[in-house]
Design a protein. Sequence first.
Length: 266
Amino acid sequence: MEFAKVTTLMKATALELAILTGHLALYPTGIAAERLAPAPPDAPAGGLARGRRPVLLLHGFVDNRSVFVLLRRSLARHGRDGIESLNYSPLTCDLRAAAELLGRRVDEIRARTGHAEVDIVGHSLGGLIARYYVQCLGGDARVRTLVMLGTPHAGTTVARLAAAHPLVRQMRPGSEVLRELAGPARGCRTRFVSFWSDLDQVMVPVETARLDHPDLVVHNVRVSGIGHLALPVHPTVAAGVREALDAGGPGIPAGRGEEPGASSVA
């Protein structure tokens, strides 16, 4: 059994290194902000557009929109045409400022497309920024589903030497921002789906990427055998993201895995 665990960890680590190499090559392509998609023909001025909600992708710490190249392609292949990405500045020092920027972009998308709501997919810190927008800035009236990939909901203790950066401090257990998010959120209308991996070496402990809050509608999805960088890349995770975004009812589909409210997808 121990040999199997070591083998799985070695495979996951090799995959992380391969993904990191590829991402570093793609990183320059995602530095500039993307061109905004034009309004669809079914978006009447002042009215509500038909079809699927727009999807906004939000990257993690010191990253950019290039991290979503494969996930975006997967969503587009399965009928999602209103996909956009938001880059927030690497000089951002306050998660709350990034959440305000996100809110402005969401309002702009709604006005441009005619959709009353959008969906958001956030990787790592991006998921935490989006959660803050939804819970603390009224974003639950505008965001139908928030999918988070490897997000430190309870804080991560990794990279202690990087704690001098304000954003890293805000991702530490017990930070002011995390205490705000742990507070009451009664009546929050957004549906939350949080993917967490049992081999995520950036989330320490790995369970910090589970979202447990008594006032939120949450579905935690346990991913086995891949690391942090693989979450926005792995095809099985992409399938889970599509399923979460396409869920039609007011709740989240019941879990299929060993844990209550969680699923193993890889």
